[in-house]
Design a protein around this ligand. Sequence first.
Ligand SMILES: NC(=O)c1ccc[n+]([C@@H]2O[C@H](COP(=O)([O-])OP(=O)(O)OC[C@H]3O[C@@H](n4cnc5c(N)ncnc54)[C@H](OP(=O)(O)O)[C@@H]3O)[C@@H](O)[C@H]2O)c1
Length: 308
Amino acid sequence: MPVAVQTEHVGLLHFESEQQMSTSTSTSIVPSITLNDGNPIPQLGFGVFQIPPEDTARAVDSALHAGYRHIDTAEMYRNERGVGEAIRASGLDREDVYVTSKLNNSYHRPADARHAFAQTLSELGFDYVDLFLIHWPLPTLYDGDFVSTWKTLEEFQHEGRARSIGVSNFQVAHLERLAAETETVPAVNQIELHPYLLNEPVRAYDEEHGIATEAWSPIAQGAVLGDPVITSIARELDRTPAQVVLRWHLERGNIVFPKSTTPARITENFDLFDFQLEPGHSEAIEALDRGADGRTGPNPDTFAYTPA
Ligand SMILES: NC(=O)c1ccc[n+]([C@@H]2O[C@H](COP(=O)([O-])OP(=O)(O)OC[C@H]3O[C@@H](n4cnc5c(N)ncnc54)[C@H](OP(=O)(O)O)[C@@H]3O)[C@@H](O)[C@H]2O)c1
């Protein structure tokens, strides 16, 4: 089942004051994608990887003020508490902000995963998350068993404590195994994807099976921004390199949540909806693909990190 990109508007956009932020209702220009379980997700969000816990509430507050209504965190980022604090302090309704978290690699066994998920809700201070993911497949750990972990996430969804469930860093073979051995198709697969790593076999599998692709490190942590192809398109469109790359993701149907702790960049990365790429731009960007050499992060087939 293909993933539908909708133009329906979600959440809120601009505001002049806290008062206005807490009382407006539905004027966001961020498109929404309907996941395979029927739930909508804002296509553009804000990521908080590598933001220190003590700085997280401030960064999320800046993002909410800029108009973002989708926050991507994880147990291993150790900053879920700051995410929840900022959302509560904003005065926005819980329903108006989409929150994703992810299972800590150390807690894949079902009993551990149940405990870790309860801890996630407690840290956030919410009684549900919009989306909960297995962060990494860890095929060389736990006897290669991510299936029982996935079945545990199915429990969270049945209980209503995770509205949607998905995976992250799953390769095609991992997705095929879930399809053969479990009932629920992941709503999303969050993978490294940017102009230097198109990750096309995984993205194509996702699309064919109704799994929405979320692109992590969408600007390759800044590494693609100085590329002459990107800077030349940016000059042509009178936009910044980051805006060009993020716009390219949106036009391809990817869900993105760039991270920044710089207020001007937080605003810049949200300002993507009053221009579009021109003929030839997407092809030029996609020609930058370096295959596996383009990875900035670990290879999911071998990654086996578990925090102490
Ligand atoms: N599932 C996974 O395994 C996984 C792995 C990695 C990331 N993620 C998720 O994906 C999110 C985004 O990925 P990411 O944080 O790795 O990388 P990213 O969003 O591609 O890049 C973030 C870096 O780029 C800089 N930056 C941001 N906007 C910029 C702009 N407009 N101009 C110039 N530089 C800019 C930021 O610097 P400043 O902060 O200094 O402004 C930061 O150093 C994460 O926060 C996380 O939510 C998931």
